[in-house]
Structures are given as C-alpha cells and as structure tokens.
Design a binder for this molecule. Structure first.
Ligand code: CO
Length: 134
C-alpha cells in the first residue's frame, strides 16, 4: 500500500543552525526557511536525489513539536512520510486493522499542499507516520 518515502522530518531547536549543518557540513541543497503558522512550525526542505529531509522548528506556543523537543533536547527524527495513491482508501484499510489515525481522522492539507494524515507511533514501531496523497 505505501509507496515512496516522501520525506523524513527532523525537529530542531534552531533551524538556521540546522540548515547550516546540512548546507555546509553535509553539502546538501537547502531551501529558505518558511514559517507555516497554520502548522505551528517553520520548515526548511532539503532535496536529496531520492527523497527530502524536512527540518522543523517550533513556531508559536501551540506548536505540535514542542513536546517532542522537551523530550529530545538535541532534536531528532520526528516522523517519516510515505506516499499513498489514495489517502482515504489507505485510512480506511488502516482503521479496519485497528491502527489509530490522529486527530479527527480527516486528511488535512500538509506542508506541501497535499492531503495528509498522521498515524499513532504506538501502532507503527514507535515512529510517527505521515501519509501523503501522491
Ligand atoms: Co511531514
């Protein structure tokens, strides 16, 4: 059911510093930082030949990644995003197998402008999983 790895998201405290690590030390192509107030994060995208890395820095008091950074003070891998052809069919199949879909279970528009859903880490080997309509 799942297709390509769309991105790996890494939560960071300082996105400027993290961008420099990827640009300078790792020699990657790094986008400008984009504040995404509706998602409570500032994002930087790093394009690799076969996938993307998404750096996330908290934006605002209600940022969904604040708790994660309290537990992971150096930052860390926050979620992985897999592409699916049909997000509603994928959701229904997962729910039928007992997997928990976060929020109200309805796809939301993600940081790339496509419908996304998040799945409970406890059902997926301790990793928060994002599904994105391909
Ligand atoms: Co993501």
């Amino acid at each position: 059911m799942i297709g390509r790895l769309n991105h790996v998201a890494i939560a960071v405290r300082d996105i400027a510093k993290a961008s420099e690590v990827y640009r300078k030390t790792l020699g990657a192509e790094v986008s400008a930082a984009v504040p995404q107030p509706t998602h409570g994060v500032t994002t930087v995208f790093i394009n690799l030949p076969n996938t993307k890395i998404e750096l996330l820095e908290p934006l605002g008091e209600a940022s969904p990644i604040l708790k994660f950074l309290e537990k992971n003070t150096d930052g860390g891998i926050h979620h992985v995003c897999y592409e699916v052809d049909d997000i509603l069919a994928a959701r229904d199949r997962l729910k039928a197998q007992g997997a928990r879909v976060l929020g109200d279970g309805e796809p939301k528009t993600g940081a790339h402008g496509k419908p996304v859903l998040f799945l409970h880490p406890k059902d997926f080997c301790g990793t928060l999983v994002e599904l994105e309509q391909a």
